[in-house]
Structure formats: C-alpha cells, structure tokens
Design a protein. Structure first.
Length: 344
C-alpha cells in the first residue's frame, strides 16, 4: 500500500470513529438505558445461573433476580435522593463555614511568614462549586434510572436471551473468522471482572460509610455511594471520591477531621485495592493508567455519569475489536498495561 493510500485509509478510519462517537452522543438517551441494562444483566447472570442449577425454572430465576435488583436500586435511590436534597440545602452554610475555616488557616500560614489572602485562595478553590458538581453527577446517574421500567424490561429480555445465546453464537460463528472460544473467553473475563469489581466496590462503599459515620461527617451514605460507584474507575476513582468528602469534613469539623477522613479513604482503598481485590481478581484486564483516564473523559463526555461508570468495560470492548484486526495490533500494545513480549 502506497503512502498516499495509507494516509487516506487512516483519515477515513479517524472520520468513521468521530462519526460513531457523535452518533452515540446524539443517541445517548436511548443508548444509556440499554448499556446500563446490559451492565446489570451481566452482573446478575451468575446469580440466575446458580438458581437454574438448583432446579428453579428460568422464568422464576429471572423473576427473583429482577425483584432483588428493583429492591436494591429502589432502596439506594431513596437513601441517596434524601441525602442529596439535604446536601443541596446545606451548601450555603458549608460555603460560609469554608470561609471561616480558611481564614483561620490563612492566619496560621501568615504567622509562618507566608503572606496570602483569602481572596486569592477563593479564586482557586470554591468548595460549593466542587460539591455541587458531585451532586449533579449523582443526579445525572439517578436520571438514567428514572425510567426504571424500561431498564428492568431490557434486563429481563437479556437474561432470557442469555440462556440460548451460547447455542446461537456457536451456529452464527461456525464459518466466521472469529472463534467461539475467543468470544466466550472474552465474555467470561468481562463477566468475572464486573461481578468481582461490583462486590469489591460494595465492600468499599460500606467501609467508607462506616468510617464517615464514626468520624461524624455529614451524609455518610452519600459518600459511601460515591466510593462504591467511583471504585469502578481504576487508579483515580478513589481519589475523586475522597476529595468532596475530605472538603466537607474540613468545612464541617475542621482540619484534623479532614486529615482523618483522608486517612480513612487511604486505608480502605489500600486494604481493599491492594490486598482483597488482587486476591480474587488476579491479573487485571490490562489497560494503562493514561488510557483509563482518557477513557473516563471520553465516555463521560459521550454518555455522562453512566459513561464514566462503564468507561472501563466500554474500553475493553474496543480493545477486543482492535485485537481482532491484525493491522490494529500496534494500538493494542499502546493501550495495554502489560509490556511483556508475550503481548507482541
């Protein structure tokens, strides 16, 4: 292939990628509930399979799993909704307390010979806007669940289809270049990743909620939910979850409590992320830290908070598509976290 044809090929490929992303963003109101349903169905599939192995009929297994989903999501929505309303009402008070706390901190700093003013700090740090951003992100995620009936219906149909899917795929891929074994391996790896990550994230959220309650930080359930959701984002999710909680602790209780809150987040994430999760997860699905951050930005821009939550599974799907195309192997090497020769 000549250099000119190569240039045209890459230009057309890049244009197609931009068109696909623009189309997904334009259709986000339809795509987001579907993606969320697929995400929930993948997590619930092992529970359904376990019930079917115990002799329960398929329809009853799905009914029990769906009831569990609705109870869990409904309870979480009520708790988070109540916390968000109270949090929004308290924002003016938190802003005033922040001014008082920062004034005291600035006096201490000025006493050490460093002369700064509160107006300078206020221009760079506005806690109300940051906390409002957190509230808006959680509301955006909640809005994706407002059409709960649609999400549940899609989950039901996906779970029914999952029973016959392996047989259909084996027939469909019989004469295809994509092997059934490779596809099945990918499905199992994503399923295992999502199930283990969900359980580990739930543990993280519960521990953070307990820590915030013990320290006396307002809205401990809200910060536990933030820790649960952002734990799906590797490397940087725990940092993002800690910032608003630490700032609230500083505003509400002072600098010492803010430091204890930061230490609580650090301890929980070190224990869960470096001890418990690797024991059950094993080797990760192989994405570099930069790719994780960029995928968080890209899918968050396209699909909003749900896109951030599902950014890693979505990027893994893209990686699988690149692996299926030999000409894209170089891109797989770039986005993979494993630099060993076995990848090449």
């Amino acid at each position: 292939m000549s250099e000119q044809h190569k240039g045209i090929h890459w230009l057309v490929g890049f244009a197609a990628f931009i068109i696909i992303i623009a189309g997904l963003k334009a259709a986000s109101q339809i795509v987001v509930p579907f993606m969320l349903s697929v995400f929930i169905a993948i997590i619930c599939a092992p529970a359904m399979s376990s019930l079917r192995r115990r002799g329960l009929p398929t329809w009853l297994s799905i009914l029990l799993v769906v009831l569990l989903i609705m109870v869990g999501i409904g309870s979480l929505a009520v708790l988070v909704g109540a916390s968000l309303d109270s949090f929004s009402n308290q924002l003016p008070n938190y802003k005033a307390r922040f001014a008082d706390e920062m004034s005291g901190l600035i006096r201490v700093i000025n006493g050490m010979g460093l002369h700064i003013s509160y107006d300078q700090v206020k221009g760079y740090v506005d806690p109300s806007s940051l906390m409002q951003m957190v509230a808006n992100a959680l509301r955006g995620l909640g809005s994706a669940l407002t059409n709960l009936v649609l999400v549940v219906m899609i989950v039901i149909f996906i779970l029914f289809e999952a029973v016959e899917l392996p047989k259909k795929l084996s027939i469909a891929l019989q004469n295809s270049s994509v092997s059934m074994g490779k596809f099945d391996s990918f499905i199992k790896s994503v399923n295992r990743y999502l199930v283990i990550k969900t359980l580990v994230s739930m543990l993280t959220g519960v521990l953070i909620t307990i820590c915030m309650w013990v320290l006396g930080v307002d809205f401990p359930i809200l910060w536990g939910v933030c820790a649960f959701l952002l734990n799906f984002v590797p490397n940087i999710g725990s940092i993002i979850a800690a910032v608003p909680a630490v700032m609230l602790a500083f505003v509400q209780l002072g600098g010492l409590s803010a430091g204890l809150t930061a230490m609580a987040f650090l301890a929980v994430n070190l224990i869960v992320g470096n001890v418990i999760e690797p024991r059950y997860m094993g080797r990760g699905l192989g994405l570099s830290t930069l790719v994780v951050f960029l995928s968080l930005l890209l899918w968050g821009w396209v699909f909003g908070p749900v896109g951030m939550l599902l950014s890693i599974p979505l990027t893994i799907i893209l990686k699988l598509a690149f692996e299926a195309n030999p000409r894209m192997h170089w891109l797989v090497v770039l986005i993979d976290s494993d630099t060993s020769d076995s990848k090449r």
